[in-house]
Ligand binder design. Structure first.
Ligand SMILES: Nc1ncnc2c1ncn2[C@@H]1O[C@H](COP(=O)(O)OP(=O)(O)O)[C@@H](O)[C@H]1O
Ligand SMILES: [Mg+2]
Length: 247
């Protein structure tokens, strides 16, 4: 049988004596759309950071398609097929919106990119398509440091979606967006998910229940529940620690 796309085995992360992730076991199969939810401080972002090679492991291991990836540099993990968006959006402040999409799409071509430079018609067509899908056409030539916060979030998510990754790892992709914008981004994520596997952290439950085929609840660095969205929503333990209080 094929290995799962992503597997965490006994993933444990500690910060100054505090155990933030406590022996997490998790398998994500190809094509799944997994939402990770839990109260603030549950360890969600740390789990995503660990997958991306941005947080050292205290114990355990991380596997992508049967290959061990913990210990690799973040750029090696990205090249292995993991695209990321961050809770605080990461873009290139001095590059124009269109150039950032161009760079991402060129990088996604891997071996072909030296021969097919920026300016070729197929690439420009794809840049235009992404600008349209993200509704950033009017901002195409503006630098990211000239954009409003929401446009930066949209761009950062767009860059993750446009990367040719097998696993999309998204940390609160629609946080701070208006409802209609959140819906639009959820539609783009759903579209990208047709060819990719998605692991996302999200507080916006409408987005979670719209996108996820499976919901994992983290509580104090442990998996409290892991099931279908319907089963998780009905789980009294989850209601007590997450839906009921502090939301
Ligand atoms: N780099 C770090 N150094 C020290 N503590 C950290 C660091 N990153 C996260 N933590 C701690 O780990 C816990 C979980 O944080 P985080 O993963 O960001 O939670 P969540 O994303 O679920 O809100 C928090 O108590 C936080 O203070
Ligand atoms: Mg977080």
């Amino acid at each position: 049988m094929n290995p799962p796309l992503l597997e965490l085995r006994g993933l444990t992360c500690r910060f100054s004596g505090q155990t933030v992730l406590d022996a997490i076991d998790l398998r994500v199969q190809h094509g799944e759309r997994v939402a990770l939810i839990g109260a603030n401080g549950a360890g969600k972002s740390t789990l995503l950071q660990a997958i991306s090679g941005l947080c050292p492991l205290h114990a355990g291991s991380i596997w992508l398609n049967g290959r061990r990836i913990d210990g690799l540099a973040p750029e090696q993990i990205a090249r292995a097929g993991v695209a990321r968006s961050f809770q605080t959006p990461q873009v290139y402040p001095k590059l124009s919106v269109a150039d950032q999409l161009r760079c991402t799409l060129l990088a996604a071509r891997r071996g072909g990119w030296l021969r097919r430079r920026a300016g070729d018609a197929a690439l420009e067509h794809r840049v235009a398509l992404w600008l349209q899908q993200l509704r950033l056409q009017s901002q195409a030539d503006r630098r990211a440091d000239e954009l409003d916060d929401t446009s930066v979030r949209v761009l950062a998510l767009g860059l993750a979606l446009a990367a040719d990754a097998s696993l999309l790892v998204l940390d609160e992709p629609v946080a701070g967006m208006h409802r209609d914008q959140a819906e639009r981004m959820a539609a783009l994520i759903a579209q990208a998910a047709q060819q990719r596997t998605v692991l996302l952290v999200e507080h916006d439950l409408q987005t979670v229940f719209r996108l996820a085929s499976r919901v994992v609840v983290l509580h104090h660095g442990r998996v409290l529940a892991d099931s279908t969205p319907q089963a998780v929503r009905a789980d009294p333990r989850v209601q007590a620690v997450y839906f009921g209080v502090g939301r």
